[in-house]
Design a protein around this ligand. Structure first.
Ligand code: ADP
Length: 268
C-alpha cells in the first residue's frame, strides 16, 4: 500500500491522483472484492485482539474526506467483524462551548486511544487547517502555525506508543455531484443531505489546496498520510483495509508470555 503513501517532504498534487484508478487490485472486480474484504475483516479482527493482548501500543486512524467522501461507509465496511469493545469511533464536529474555550488539540488529545485500543477519528484536528482555513474562522497567522503543532503532537503520541495512520478518501468533484444528487433523489437518503455541503462544494479548489498543504506538511515517517482513490467504494474499502492490516502487522505485536505454567493447573 506504499503506492498511496505520501513520503515525508513530498509535495502532493491531488489533481495528479486519479480518484477512479484501481492499480493496487488490477484483477479484482466488484463481485470478487467482497470475499477479499471478508478475509481482511477477519485479519483485522485477529490483529485487534493481538493489539489488545500485547497491550504496549495503540492505533489511531484519522479519516478525512470531502463531504460524501465515504468516511462513514468505510468505517462500517472495514471494521465490520472487529470486536466493538476494542474500537472507539469518534466524530469531530463544530467545536462546542467547552471546546472552543481551549486549544484546538485539547479535545483531540482527550480522545486519543489507550494502549491496546484502536481509535478511528471521523474528521479530526485536520479540520483546524481545512474548514477553519478555507472559511477564515481564524486568521492565517494562527492556522499557519498549526502544521508544526500537529506534527509535534503526533510525534509525541507516537513516541509514547501510538501508531498513527492518516487517510484521505480522495473523490472527484463529479463523483460528489452524483452522491449528493442521490441524497436528494432517494427519500431514505434525504436525511443525509445538508445544504451546507453545497457551500463547501463551491469552495472545492480551496479545499484541495488546504488538503495539499496539510498532507504535504504533516506526512511523516511516524504518522504518514495515505491518499486513497475513493470514487469506487469497493476499491476504497479494500485499500483502507489493506493499509490497516499492513500497519498492524508491522507493529511486531505478540501475545504476552504467561507468568505461570498452564500445565500445573487442573480444572475439575
Ligand atoms: P459529517 O459531515 O462528518 O458526517 P457532521 O455532519 O456532524 O459530520 O459535520 C461535522 C461538521 O463539523 C463538518 O461540517 C466539519 O467541517 C465541522 N467541523 C469539524 N471540526 C471543526 C472545527 N475544528 N472547526 C469548525 N468546524 C468543524
Amino acid at each position: 500500500m506504499d503506492l498511496y503513501r505520501i513520503e515525508t517532504g513530498h509535495r502532493v498534487d491531488l489533481s495528479a491522483i486519479d480518484p477512479r484508478e484501481k492499480s493496487a487490485y488490477p484483477n479484482i472486480r466488484k463481485g470478487t472484492s467482497l470475499s477479499l474484504l471478508r478475509e481482511m475483516n477477519s485479519e483485522l479482527s485477529q490483529l485487534q485482539r493481538l493489539l489488545w493482548a500485547d497491550g504496549r501500543h495503540a492505533l489511531l486512524v484519522v479519516l478525512q474526506a470531502m463531504d460524501t467522501g465515504g468516511k462513514d461507509g468505510t468505517i462500517r465496511k472495514v471494521f465490520s467483524g472487529v470486536n466493538p469493545q476494542g474500537v472507539d469511533v469518534i466524530g469531530f464536529g463544530v467545536p462546542g462551548p467547552r471546546e472552543i474555550e481551549r486549544d484546538y488539540l485539547w479535545r483531540i488529545h482527550l480522545r486519543a486511544p489507550a494502549r491496546g485500543r484502536i481509535a478511528v477519528f471521523n474528521r479530526s484536528h485536520y479540520e483546524d487547517v481545512l474548514v477553519v482555513r478555507v472559511n477564515n474562522v481564524v486568521p492565517q497567522d494562527v492556522w499557519s502555525r498549526r502544521y508544526e503543532h500537529i506534527a509535534n503532537f503526533e510525534a509525541m503520541l507516537t513516541d509514547e506508543g501510538t501508531v498513527i495512520v492518516k487517510i484521505m478518501l480522495h473523490i472527484s468533484k463529479e463523483e460528489q455531484k452524483v452522491r449528493l444528487q442521490k441524497r436528494l433523489d432517494d427519500p431514505s437518503k434525504n436525511y443525509k443531505f445538508d445544504p451546507n455541503d453545497l457551500a463547501s462544494r463551491g469552495k472545492w479548489d480551496e479545499y484541495m489546496e488546504a488538503y495539499e498543504d496539510a498532507i504535504s506538511r504533516t506526512s511523516t515517517q511516524a504518522a504518514p498520510w495515505y491518499v486513497v482513490p475513493s470514487d469506487s467504494k469497493w476499491y476504497r474499502n479494500l485499500v483502507v483495509s489493506r493499509i490497516l492490516v499492513d500497519t498492524l502487522k508491522r507493529m511486531d505485536l505478540r501475545y504476552p508470555d504467561s507468568d505461570f505454567d498452564p500445565s500445573t493447573f487442573v480444572i475439575d
